[in-house]
Ligand binder design. Structure first.
Ligand SMILES: Nc1ncnc2c1ncn2[C@@H]1O[C@H](COP(=O)(O)OP(=O)(O)OP(=O)(O)O)[C@@H](O)[C@H]1O
Ligand SMILES: [Mg+2]
Length: 244
């Protein structure tokens, strides 16, 4: 069977009590695609990520990954299917070393056919740390990392799951221009490995450079989705988001 969509979100609605955080959102990601997801603070971006990753349950709509309905699947099962995300607020085990923080997802999260023999876990962890530029910090305590290194570790932990889709939730917030470029290079590297990436970001320079397509959420509704230049030139988008 030909699979056109890697991720297919249809009509997803998420409420918190009487508040509707997501209102009938449709969103599609193709294999290996780089998609930007933007929108003002509180527009529902992280809530959508949480519904896709299984941290939250949507009340309405469907979410399919490689054609399979995953709405009933626990978060860890979705990770094993190849769906990884980084958290907006990094959640490493602070009292563990950087290296050990990577060994955890390598042991428990990696896709089934990617499972490593126990003896190869550390070797693979070191390889990923080299990839993200953290090899020199392997034995440092994670709690003491700088902000940019914390973000790199957060992405490394998501990469350790060998995902087909990685969702990066504001990995660049508060970083300097050169640190933003580091993270950008890292995410471009994933594309080279055939990994699809959803980049959620307020740093527009980075989103525009990275994205093949951009979707815009405003107050829980998707108001635009398409070619980056066209989307940021869209009057409704300018009014709701870029002009704020
Ligand atoms: N667990 C929750 N309980 C109640 N309300 C929530 C919860 N999570 C999010 N919300 C609300 O849902 C709305 C969307 O929040 P969300 O975190 O998805 O926004 P966001 O687009 O990621 O914003 P930001 O750019 O600031 O990260 C906000 O009004 C937020 O207060
Ligand atoms: Mg958010």
């Amino acid at each position: 069977m030909m699979i056109e969509a890697l991720l297919e979100v249809k009509g997803v609605t998420k409420r918190f009590g009487g508040f509707t955080a997501l209102d009938g959102v449709d969103f599609l990601v193709r294999p290996g695609e780089r998609v930007g997801l933007i929108g003002p603070n509180g527009s529902g971006k992280s809530t959508l990520v949480n519904c896709i990753a299984g941290t939250l349950r949507n009340e309405e709509g469907s979410i399919r990954f490689e054609g399979e309905d995953i709405c009933g699947h626990a978060a860890h099962r979705r990770i094993r299917m190849g769906l990884a995300r980084s958290f907006q607020i990094p959640k490493p085990f602070a009292s563990m070393t950087v290296l050990d923080n990577l060994c955890v997802p390598l042991l428990y999260a990696a896709r089934k056919h990617e499972k490593l023999a126990p003896g190869r876990i550390v070797e693979e962890a070191v390889r990923i740390l080299e990839l993200v530029g953290l090899a020199g910090r392997a034995h440092a305590m994670s709690g003491g990392l700088t902000q940019v290194d914390m973000r790199k570790l957060e992405l490394a932990r998501a990469m350790a799951a060998k995902p087909k889709l990685l969702i990066s939730d504001e990995a660049m917030a508060g970083l300097s221009a050169s640190e933003v470029d580091d993270i950008l290079a890292l995410l471009f590297g994933l594309k080279e490995q055939g990994v699809a990436v959803i980049m959620i970001e307020h740093v527009m320079r980075a989103v525009m450079k990275f994205s093949e397509r951009i979707a815009v959420l405003v107050a829980g509704r998707k108001i635009a989705d398409g070619d980056p230049q066209a989307v940021v030139g869209n009057a409704e988008v300018v009014k709701a988001y870029l002009g704020e």
